[in-house]
Design a protein around this ligand. Structure first.
Ligand SMILES: C[S@@+](CC[C@H](N)C(=O)[O-])C[C@H]1O[C@@H](n2cnc3c(N)ncnc32)[C@H](O)[C@@H]1O
Length: 239
């Protein structure tokens, strides 16, 4: 066993502004226009999606793509899209993953823009995985956590089932509260023993003896207020 630092935070409990900010994001229109590189990546994805009626699984922040490849092998009837903003990490996929399954697409894109574009296009992924997202443990960075970010309603609107894993229990507790506030459903949060680990971070934390946590939630009932969608009609395509 080797030593990896536990998450260090200046926040002892759920963020004091969690309810206020989640409610604000559920009610205020998010209008940041998606950047061109993710627009182009999404267009390629739309071309690729044409005529494919299989369920889609989104692996967000997939890093080197190991979890995406595992999910693709475990779900041969689904298409898996692994998304990361880092060229460097995605570039390692072919070296790290022995054989990339044919039902896997790895895409370099900014998730914030991708969630917005997917919601505009009316996409809903059957499963969305958030495996070891950057925790942003400083209290002042709360709005960089996915549930504290203005993109939150779009993340929910493009998923049926969510699965989040982290070594920071508070992140899951906050996320669970945000799901409850947004959908009325209280997700299950439980200790997670990976067997075997499916991501580089999962393996690293597990081998260091850290406790891991998993959240699962059915958010299929969540609907985005149509006033939230930007006016740009040219993006209105169906998958
Ligand atoms: C802590 S790493 C976890 C990687 C992988 N899921 C794992 O468990 O090994 C977080 C990943 O999220 C990606 N990421 C963070 N913000 C992102 C964004 N806005 N769009 C796309 N990828 C993002 C980072 O590039 C990084 O690869």
């Amino acid at each position: 066993m080797f030593y990896i630092r536990e998450v260090e935070t200046n926040q002892p409990d759920l963020h004091p502004r969690l309810d206020e900010l989640v409610n604000k994001h559920l009610q205020h229109v998010f209008r940041k226009p998606p950047a061109q590189p993710t627009r182009e990546a999404f267009q390629r994805l739309q071309q690729f999606a044409k005529g494919k009626s299989r369920p889609w699984i989104l692996d967000t922040g997939c890093g080197i793509g190991e979890s995406s490849a595992t999910l693709a092998k475990r779900n041969p009837d689904a298409w898996v899209i692994g998304v990361d903003q880092s060229f460097k990490r995605l570039d390692q996929a072919e070296r790290v993953v022995e054989e990339l399954p044919e039902n896997l697409t790895l895409l370099r894109a900014d998730l914030i823009d991708l969630w917005l574009l997917a919601a505009q296009a009316g996409w809903r992924f059957e499963q969305v995985y958030l495996l070891y997202p950057n925790p942003w443990p400083k209290s002042e960075h709360f709005q960089r956590r996915w549930h504290g970010h203005a993109i939150w309603p779009f993340l929910l609107a493009t998923a049926n089932q969510l699965e989040l894993r982290s070594n920071w229990q508070l992140y899951l507790q906050e996320f669970a509260r945000a799901v409850e506030l947004s959908t009325g459903v209280l997700p299950v949060v439980e200790p997670w023993l990976p067997d075997p680990p499916i991501t580089a971070f999962e393996r690293k934390y597990h081998q260091a003896g850290q406790a891991l946590w998993r959240l699962q939630a059915d958010v299929s009932g969540f609907q985005l207020n149509s006033a939230f969608l930007p006016d740009n009609q040219e993006d209105q395509h169906q998958a």
